[in-house]
Every structure is written in structure tokens, then in C-alpha cells.
Write a protein that binds this ligand. Structure first.
Ligand code: THU
Length: 130
């Protein structure tokens, strides 16, 4: 359990730009060097242009040279645990280390831990392009 990662995801939620859904999401991504990158959801008046918190964090990390992730924490204000959407599962699978833990955070201190392989067992990969 990485408490710092959890705290960072909760903190990142504060920056969510969600005027249309009012559903705030914060994410904190841990890379294989131990560095953390955060992100929030960023909505748009053209709804389809919205970017999820998980992909915001991933794109920030990748654009700074970090491309292998070992864990992600996701925080929302929902009553239950919020899992990553399908697009984010596919996106993260491209950059996941052998194992990638997913921390789902409910409120400030309830955490459920799962794995990307469990949520997304047979995604499309670069091997499928051959
Ligand atoms: N959202 C995320 O940021 N991550 C997810 O995995 C699910 C959905 C955002 C997108 C949109 O801004 C809002 O939550 C409602 O769908």
C-alpha cells in the first residue's frame, strides 16, 4: 500500500475541470523509478474531447520520458469505488510494467487494490499488430 500515491490522487482531484458532469476524478501514477505523476479529468464543451484523469497523468509522464508504470491510484467523490474506463484500461496497458496495481479510493481512507491484468485481461497489444 502506497499512502503517498493515494494522497496525491486525492489532491489531484481538486484540479478536476468537470463543469458538465460535476464528477471529479484525480489520478496518481507511479513509475518504475518511484516517481509520481498526477492528473485530473479535463472536460470540454465538445463532450467527446474530454480527457480522463488517468490518461492526463499518463500523458504527462510519457511526455517527460517515463513510460513504465507499476501502480495508479484513482480518487473520485462517488459513493462506491470508481474503476478506470475502458479507454483508460487500453491506454494504460500499453505502458504497464509486468504488474500494475490499481488503487481505487473511496472517500479519504477506503482503498481497494486490484490489478490492471484483472480488469483488462486480454487487450489489444503491439503483438496483435504483427
Ligand atoms: N472519468 C475519468 O476521469 N476517469 C474514468 O476512468 C472514468 C470517467 C471522467 C470523464 C468525465 O470527465 C467524468 O469522469 C464523467 O464521465
Amino acid at each position: 500500500m502506497n499512502q503517498k500515491l493515494i494522497d496525491k490522487a486525492i489532491e489531484a482531484k481538486q484540479c478536476a475541470y468537470a463543469p458538465y458532469s460535476a464528477f471529479r476524478v484525480g489520478a496518481a501514477l507511479l513509475d518504475d523509478k518511484g516517481d509520481i505523476y498526477t492528473g485530473c479529468n479535463v472536460e470540454n464543451a465538445s463532450y467527446g474531447a474530454t480527457i480522463c484523469a488517468e490518461r492526463t497523468a499518463a500523458v504527462k509522464a510519457i511526455s517527460e520520458g517515463s513510460t513504465s508504470f507499476t501502480a495508479i491510484a484513482i480518487a473520485t467523490d462517488a459513493k462506491g469505488y470508481t474503476p478506470p474506463c475502458g479507454i483508460c484500461r487500453q491506454f494504460l496497458s500499453e505502458f504497464a510494467a509486468d504488474e500494475m496495481d490499481i488503487y481505487l479510493i473511496k472517500g479519504d481512507d477506503n482503498v481497494m487494490i486490484t490489478r490492471l491484468k484483472e480488469l483488462f485481461p486480454s487487450g489489444f497489444t503491439k503483438e496483435d499488430l504483427i
